[in-house]
Ligand binder design. Structure first.
Ligand code: RIB
Ligand code: CA
Length: 313
């Protein structure tokens, strides 16, 4: 079976970094056509720097990296240095990137790739705010029918918010962009906090990363050692939640996850609940289902897959 063509849209972020490496460690299953960077966890200059550092750490400087939108569609940028550190990739001491950033902007790369490749063959994997994706859909509405699927990390229902009481960070930063994506009609699979908060890097799991004895294994352990502080303090978690790698793990082993095909709308007006993913989990409305919203994950299976694939880099 040929590898699945994907584009990773990302705001690295330690968990984004692990997701990128999981994809690069799975070349038989996934072909990363490019990495498009967006402002989110940290500003765009840092997310586009970090993405290249991760590609070089993984031994894949050939992966084209593109810079996209530096701010949300209609609001000031909100960042998350309090979670990810000043650089967005605090923890390991990684060298500055030497691979270049592509000259083409990320949105043009998304549009051109979707127009140039056969319809239904490219999967988009957003791991941050949806600004790049929404901008591409708005600038080139014809690409909506050409996207095979969007598998994204964002939102929350039972788990409620991590940046406000109601909203998860990726959706909260650019709710207008999220509304465009969720109403696009593109097949949508969502990895919300309901799932990602069950993918926790406990001490034994982090020790397994370190025990790989490779630069990738060590850096991953150092990233999660840093990244776990926020969630341990806020939720009393047993370790860092690996939000974004859930997207890539779903592409590799979908049976690790379970959820429902339901209606999900985005709050874009109320300041109190801005960015909330209003998920009709119990089917109490007649709103048409538009997303497969995940609710559970086999965490041991997830970490077994992740550790094995990181071990290949
Ligand atoms: O809320 C978690 C999400 O926000 C993750 O994608 C993390 O990297 C940040 O972007
Ligand atoms: Ca992210």
């Amino acid at each position: 079976m040929p590898a699945r063509d994907i584009i990773i849209d990302t705001d690295p972020g330690q968990d984004d970094a692990v997701a990128i490496m999981l994809a690069l460690g799975s070349p038989d299953a996934l072909s990363v056509l490019g990495i498009t960077c967006v402002a989110g966890n940290v500003p765009l200059p840092l997310t586009s720097r970090n993405a290249r550092m991760v590609c070089e750490l993984a031994g894949h400087p050939e992966v084209p990296v593109y810079a996209g939108c530096a701010a949300p569609l209609a609001r000031p940028l909100v960042t998350a240095e309090h979670v990810h550190g000043r650089t967005g990739l605090d923890g390991p001491d990684l060298p500055e990137p030497t691979m270049p950033l592509q000259d083409k902007d990320a949105v043009s790369f998304l549009i051109d790739t979707l127009r140039d490749r056969p319809a239904g063959t490219v999967t988009l994997c957003p791991l941050g705010p949806l600004t790049n994706i929404a901008t591409a859909l708005t600038r080139a509405p014809d690409i909506a029918d050409r996207i095979a699927e969007i598998v994204l990390m964002g939102g929350a229902y039972f788990e409620v918010g991590n940046i406000t009481p109601a909203a998860e960070f990726n959706i909260y930063v650019d709710p207008e962009a999220a509304a465009i994506v969720f109403r696009s009609g593109v097949p949508l699979t969502v990895m919300p906090l309901d799932v990602t908060h069950k993918a926790l890097v406990t001490a034994p799991r982090n020790n397994a990363f370190r025990a790989l004895g490779t630069p990738v294994g060590l850096a991953t352990a150092q990233m999660t050692d840093f990244f776990e502080r926020f969630d341990k303090a806020k939720y009393g978690s047993e370790g860092a939640p690996l939000h974004d790698p859930c997207v890539i793990a779903y592409l590799l082993e979908p049976s690790l996850f379970s959820g429902r095909h339901i209606n999900v709308e985005i709050e874009t007006t109320s300041e109190l609940t801005l960015g909330m993913t209003v998920a009709d989990w119990w089917g109490v409305t007649d709103r048409a289902p538009n997303a497969t919203f995940m609710g559970d994950v086999d965490a041991d299976g997830f970490f077994a897959l992740l550790t094995e694939r990181l071990g290949r880099l």
